[in-house]
Write a protein that binds this ligand. Sequence first.
Ligand SMILES: Cc1cc2nc3c(=O)[nH]c(=O)nc-3n(C[C@H](O)[C@H](O)[C@H](O)COP(=O)(O)OP(=O)(O)OC[C@H]3O[C@@H](n4cnc5c(N)ncnc54)[C@H](O)[C@@H]3O)c2cc1C
Length: 414
Amino acid sequence: MKRYSAFAIAREALRHHAGWERAWKSPEPRRRYDVVIVGAGGHGLATAYYLGKNFGITDVAVIEKGWLGGGNTGRNTTIIRSNYLQDASAAIFEKARSLYETLSQDLNYNVMFSPRGVLMLAQTEHEVRGWKRTAHANALQGVETEYVDAQRVKELCPIMNIDGPRYPVLGALWQPRGGTARHDAVAWGYARACSAMGMDIIQKCEVTGIRAEGGKVRGVDTSKGPIDCGKLGLVVAGHSGVLADMAGFRLPIESVALQALVSEPIKPCMDVVVMANTVHGYMSQSDKGEMVIGGGADGYNNYTQRGSFHHIEETVRALIETFPIISRLKMLRQWGGIVDMTGDRSPIMSKTPLENCFVNCGWGTGGFKAIPGSGWGFAELMAKGQSPLCDAFSLDRFREGRFVDESVAAGVAH
Ligand SMILES: Cc1cc2nc3c(=O)[nH]c(=O)nc-3n(C[C@H](O)[C@H](O)[C@H](O)COP(=O)(O)OP(=O)(O)OC[C@H]3O[C@@H](n4cnc5c(N)ncnc54)[C@H](O)[C@@H]3O)c2cc1C
């Protein structure tokens, strides 16, 4: 595959852009692969990429029922941060964040990583204590964060109203190297790199069954016919329960719709990401100038990819309190994705009761930021049967009561 470069742009400009290759191939599935990954979202594609890059395993198919990146990976609000409370979470999210720093160069694809800084507001005394505690934990974990007071918040984000009306801003947890990246580009960059390694990305191909023999996985049935495999990775976010059912085991997962919306584009007015968890709303400004706004998750299980109407009103109300200047903005689009929630709000990256079948899910409302780290760890788990990044996130923890409790530190925030 030809490399993208400034020279290539100049060359193609002279050739009327006739020489660009397709970014990835769209092959028909073969009868067998060493590894099949179900789900061409960021996590599935990153897993395939690091299987090839770190372990030389390239006889891999990534199977996707829709189009690649069309699940939650292309539906999120793109926030990247690693300021989690528990050591195991900080380790994987910081691994991911640090990989994001050089991901564009690694993939030879501009993922537009923008480490503009993330502010998580403290609007109650309880949150002040919580964020200070997280800042201390992060210092021990080697994650760069700082608790800042309300005045510093105002300096970092002048359009913010720090005085109320319901909850004044008391301070914030500030992660200066957190930020955003272009979500589609992350999926496309990994897909292109996987395709260049000879892997097959098979879109519009739904997995409809999982075949097993003697307690071991044998392959999958798909809408394009059966495919055999040595190892199987299930990386399907909100549909994890459906796939686990096909494989004959149950997951402690609930699937709910989470929604987001964007405004019409306006001039640059905000160069940080702000999350206001007490009033519940979060916002950043895209490179096009749109205000990207994250809403709440539905309070009941569903697969609608739409989200309940009242969340829009609640989210917009919360943000107008925090940023009065947006009160007259028109909203352009609203959408939803199906997120996979565990009880402790931490992911599952694990072996399963079916031998050679692995599952990566439970990233809930906050897995975009984890994509490179998750792919790195899950590839190691699939290749070697063990990974230090994944150990704490095995399915056993639910039986043994070893929860990685991020339900206060990260469960609602993205
Ligand atoms: C509105 C919203 C805002 C969010 N904001 C943030 C944020 O700001 N920051 C953050 O870190 N995270 C955020 N998230 C969460 C994040 O998007 C997800 O955790 C992450 O994208 C999950 O990626 P994935 O690869 O596991 O899943 P997905 O991208 O959903 O990929 C799974 C794929 O599996 C495919 N699939 C399902 N069933 C089958 C089948 N039977 N056969 C074949 N393929 C199948 C689906 O079509 C899908 O493409 C947000 C999510 C939403 C919905």
